[in-house]
Design a protein around this ligand. Structure first.
Ligand code: HAM
Length: 426
C-alpha cells in the first residue's frame, strides 16, 4: 500500500522536540500565572470575517496566507492564523465583557498560515499568546514587556534583543498616513510591488512591512512615525521606555517596525534572535486599543504578544533528557503478574519506567535496557519470584544486587524531577 505523507509545511513532533514544547508550555504557565494571567482555550476554526475585520484586508495574512474554506452549509470558515482575534471574540461573548475590569489571558496552540516554508517558518506553527484587556496605562505595556522578557530568560535564552516602536493613535496616525502617502506617491512607482502600489493609496503603513526588495528600499527612507506622534502617544511611549530603562531588557528603537497585522496602535515590539536565520522574530506584539470595539465589544484597550514556539525550539536543545527510572525485565512467564503490579506500584509512587512484555534471555533484556538508556534495570525471574526478591542493576556502574521486593523503591532512590528541567540554550 502507498503511505500517506504529511502536508507540506506541517510537522510531527516526537521527543526530544515534543519535550521542548512541553517545557515551553510548562514554563509559560509558571511565569504567566505569577502575573495573574489565566489560561483560556478557544477554537481553532473561526468565521473568516473575524480575521478580515481584525488583522486587516490589506495584510499578507488575510490576502494570501489563510486556510479558508466553506463548510457544508456554505459558510466561510478559516483556520486561525493567530490567536488575538479569537481570544477577543471569546472575551466579547463571555460575561467578563460587561464587567469593566482588567482581564489577563494566555492561550497556546497551533496556528495556520499558508506561507513559503523555510527554517523557522512553517504552515502549521504554535504560539504562546498573551492578552491584557482593559488597561490604558503605559505601565501595562511595561508589565507585558517585563513578563515576556522574564519568560524568555526562564527558558534560558540569553542572546535576544527587543525592537520597539510606537504606531501612534487615531489622532496622530491619520497625519502620518497622509505624510506617508505623499512620500510614496513621489517615489518611483515601478520600484514598488503590485500589492504595494495599491497599498500606497489604501493602507500606506503596509508598504513599510513589505518584504519585497524594491519596497523595502523605498521604505528605508520613508518618514518615521516616531517623529509624528501626538503629545499623548509621545508621553505614553516615553513612560514605556523609562520602565524598560529600569530593567536589564536589551532593546532598541526601530521606527519602521509596523508589524504584519493592522490592529496595532501605539507600542509595538518584536524579540529578535541572531541565531536562527532569516525568520528571526521569536515573539511579537503590541497595543491594539480600537480592536475590541471594532469587533463589537466594549471600547476598551488591549495589549499582548505571541511567542513562536518553532523558533524558540530552534534555540533550545536537550542537554540530557532525564532517563527513565527503571526498565523492568521479566525472565520467566510465571513472574509476569508480579512484575505488572510491581511496575504499577512504582508508577503510583511517581517513578517513570517501562516493563517488557516479552520473555527474553537475560542478555537481550540487558541490551534492551541499555538501548533505552534507563538508570536501573529490574530483573524478575523464577528464582527471584520464589525468594520474594528482585535483581536491581545500576546501568551506569554495572553493579547488580538482589533486594527484597518490598524495598525496590529505596533501591531506585528518589529523584522525581520533571524531564523538562533539562533544557538550556545552545
Ligand atoms: P505575529 O508577529 O504574526 O503576531 O506572530 C507572533 C510570532 O509567531 C512571530 O514572532 C513568530 O515567532 C511566530 N510565527 C508567525 N508566523 C509563523 C510561521 N509561519 N512559522 C513559524 N512561526 C511563526 C501575532 O500573531 C499576534 N497575534 C501577536 C499578538 C498577541 N499581538 C497582540 N497580542
Amino acid at each position: 500500500m502507498n503511505k500517506i505523507n504529511k502536508i507540506k509545511g506541517f510537522f510531527d513532533l516526537f521527543p526530544p522536540e515534543s519535550t521542548a514544547y512541553v517545557f515551553m508550555e510548562e514554563t509559560a504557565r509558571e511565569v504567566f500565572s505569577r502575573y495573574a494571567y489565566t489560561e483560556v482555550r478557544i477554537p481553532i476554526l473561526e468565521h473568516t470575517e473575524l480575521f478580515a475585520r481584525s488583522i486587516g484586508k490589506e495584510t499578507d495574512v488575510v490576502q494570501k496566507e489563510m486556510y479558508t474554506f466553506e463548510d457544508r452549509k456554505g459558510r466561510s470558515l478559516t483556520l486561525r492564523p493567530e490567536a488575538t482575534a479569537g481570544v477577543i471574540r471569546a472575551y466579547i461573548e463571555s460575561p467578563e465583557a460587561g464587567s469593566g475590569g482588567v482581564n489577563r489571558f494566555f492561550t497556546t496552540g497551533p496556528m495556520f498560515r499558508y506561507e513559503r516554508p523555510q527554517k523557522g517558518r512553517t504552515r502549521q506553527f504554535h504560539q504562546l499568546n498573551v492578552e491584557l484587556l482593559g488597561e490604558h496605562s503605559a505601565f501595562a505595556d511595561g508589565e507585558i514587556l517585563l513578563m515576556l522578557w522574564s519568560y524568555l530568560q526562564k527558558l534560558g535564552l540569553k542572546e535576544l534583543n527587543m525592537q520597539l516602536n510606537s504606531l501612534g493613535c487615531t489622532s496622530c496616525r491619520p497625519d502620518f498616513d497622509a505624510k506617508l502617502k505623499n512620500f510614496l506617491a513621489m517615489s518611483e512607482q515601478e520600484n514598488l510591488c503590485v500589492d504595494c502600489q495599491r497599498r500606497a493609496r489604501s493602507n500606506p503603513m503596509r508598504v513599510l512591512d513589505c518584504k519585497v526588495k524594491g519596497c523595502a528600499a523605498v521604505a528605508s527612507s520613508a518618514p518615521r512615525i516616531l517623529d509624528s506622534l501626538c503629545r499623548n502617544c509621545r508621553d505614553h511611549f516615553d513612560t514605556v521606555l523609562a520602565v524598560l530603562d529600569m530593567t536589564d531588557i536589551r532593546y532598541e528603537l526601530n521606527p519602521y517596525l509596523v508589524r504584519g497585522l493592522d490592529y496595532y496602535q501605539r507600542t509595538t515590539f518584536e524579540v529578535i534572535s541572531t541565531d536562527i536565520g532569516a525568520q528571526s522574530a521569536v515573539a511579537g506584539g503590541g497595543r491594539y486599543d480600537g480592536l475590541i470595539r471594532d469587533l463589537g465589544g466594549p471600547d476598551i484597550p488591549g495589549i499582548g504578544f505571541a511567542c513562536g514556539m518553532e523558533r524558540l525550539a530552534l534555540l533550545l536543545r536537550s542537554i540530557q533528557e532525564r532517563p527513565l527510572d527503571f526498565y523492568l525485565a521479566v525472565l520467566h512467564e510465571e513472574a509476569m503478574d508480579t512484575a505488572m503490579f510491581m511496575a504499577q506500584r512504582l508508577r503510583d509512587k511517581g517513578f517513570e519506567g517501562e516493563m517488557g512484555f516479552q520473555i527474553k534471555s537475560l542478555k537481550s533484556q540487558l541490551r534492551l535496557a541499555n538501548r533505552k538508556k534507563v538508570k536501573t534495570c529490574l530483573l524478575l525471574g523464577r528464582d527471584e519470584l520464589e525468594k520474594g526478591q528482585i535483581q536491581v542493576k545500576d546501568m551506569s556502574t554495572g553493579v547488580q544486587r538482589a533486594v527484597s521486593q518490598d524495598d525496590v523503591e529505596q533501591a531506585l532512590g528518589l529523584n522525581l524531577k520533571t524531564k523538562a528541567e533539562s533544557f538550556v540554550q545552545h
